[in-house]
Design a protein around this ligand. Sequence first.
Ligand SMILES: Nc1ncnc2c1ncn2[C@@H]1O[C@H](COP(=O)(O)OP(=O)(O)O)[C@@H](O)[C@H]1O
Ligand SMILES: O=C(CO)[C@H](O)[C@H](O)COP(=O)(O)O
Length: 555
Amino acid sequence: MVSYALGLDYGSDSVRALLVNTATGEEVASSVVNYPRWSQGLYCESAADQFRQHPLDYLESLEQAVAQLWRQAPEGAAEAVVGLSFDTTGSTPVAVDAQGVALALRPEFADNPNAMFVLWKDHTAVKEAAEFTAAAARSEPNYLKYEGGIYSSEWYWSKALHVMRKDSAVRDAVYMWVEHCDWMSAVLTGTTHPSEFRMGRCAAGHKVMWHESWGGYPPNDFFVSVDPMLDGLASRLPTDTFTSDQAVGGLTQEWASKLGLPVGTPVGFSAFDCHMGAVAANVQPGVLTKVMGTSTCDITIAGYEALSETCVRGICGQVDGSVIPGMVGLEAGQSAFGDLYAWFKNLINGPAKSIIAASTALNEAGRAALLQELEDKTLVELSRAASALAPGQSGVTALDWVNGRRTPDADQTVAGAIAGLKMGSGAPEVFRALVEATAFGARAIIERFRAEGVAVDSVVAIGGISKKSDFVMQTCADVWNCPIDVLDSEQSCALGAAIFAAVVGGAHADVASAQRAMGSKVCKTYEPNTKAARVYDQLYTRYQSLGEFVDGGQS
Ligand SMILES: Nc1ncnc2c1ncn2[C@@H]1O[C@H](COP(=O)(O)OP(=O)(O)O)[C@@H](O)[C@H]1O
Ligand SMILES: O=C(CO)[C@H](O)[C@H](O)COP(=O)(O)O
């Protein structure tokens, strides 16, 4: 009898639902719903790096996405769903009260951004991150040794402390902080109450300083040494964590009826988007899986023996079972990838958009159509023009750090830069330099892995940009001097979640057999151009020099 697994992927802007045949991997239905409050820009202040998401955005869009799914799915599909699993962005934590209720769901906090999820790209907690890094460096053991040695403002404890320092009402009401991925599984299984709440391995290990060797989280003294405000918080978190091949529990009556699924449908422990995406991409030792979109998230895995005692410096951590149970998952990434292109698009289009919006030369429909064309076609046109230039022709060099640097060596205070501008440097020349900068930033990650003894022999790309831009992908192949396979699935992270859901629901005995049946195939390969690769070896040293100039030699 046919059975299905449901993968639910929470991205930065929207939730995607994907229904997958557990035997064949066929993606039988999918839907995407944007977060309504987030789409209106509510609760965010981009100039202050503040990005918050309301829990209702997640819950309402989930109901809508699943309802849309059933409109496309085969008759009776809902009854044939064996399990469901989530992946989400991260670190995206929220404050919950002693009853396990996310604070923004209480009327008195309904409009308070500090009571909402602090999205991964919120960089308000730079100061706090530095305090955790300093405290860990003073500790024995260094509690960041499995998280790259540097704590990031994108991560759980920095965000928790920052919000508690800023907002006494939240500080007084918070009982513990919960990652978005863990919250989703808990809500659907009715286990949000702290006495029942359980956490997945992925978020805990990569962002919350969980490690088996120190019995869970660092001791209370460590947190109090950073700020007495943290007293007792870590000890409220459950000590054990669970890999995503295990079930948190079954769907509650309430959520079964909201989602149109049978009561008790198994719900898996959740993980971050890129980790589940890597599973859909059949990640293996020596293969780096890159989710290339607004940002990048880079994932590989290693066996315990191969990694041995190595603690890879400056990455987002190495965690036993964060990707595949029984292997160590390693994570790195760039805080801005496509976002750098979007920044440039907005920069060059800004004045023209204001002029068009106020122009009387066109009627309202004409103005709207032209504005939409600018939005849709600018990156395509820039790519066309930039691809006609030869590597190194323009003399322009750029850095990709407009949103800070996630890895190697997290530092959200560093900034982007463009050097070598001349009167003849037009938009295509600058755009090409920006695309090269994102490829160079990615190369720095690959080189860090290799320098630390983690093999990167080939790259598999997933995410929007891997499908949207031949120009970006070819530039990356040339800069990295290695082939890049692009995965067929349009929804790799959701597919990864569905693979876990199939295991949790018993359709497959383990992740490896689910991957064999359901994993996505390669649809395209970009081969490096050796001549361009040689030029890029030289240009990469210019990128490094510019980086040293900007961040004082730490890169
Ligand atoms: N033609 C293009 N060339 C290069 N980048 C593009 C193009 N079109 C869109 N992008 C970039 O793709 C990014 C969105 O990627 P996507 O994977 O769809 O989203 P997300 O990362 O939110 O999942 C944006 O940052 C945008 O700048
Ligand atoms: O840091 C992460 C995982 O550790 C984020 O989840 C990820 O970068 C989200 O990015 P995007 O919106 O580009 O999918």
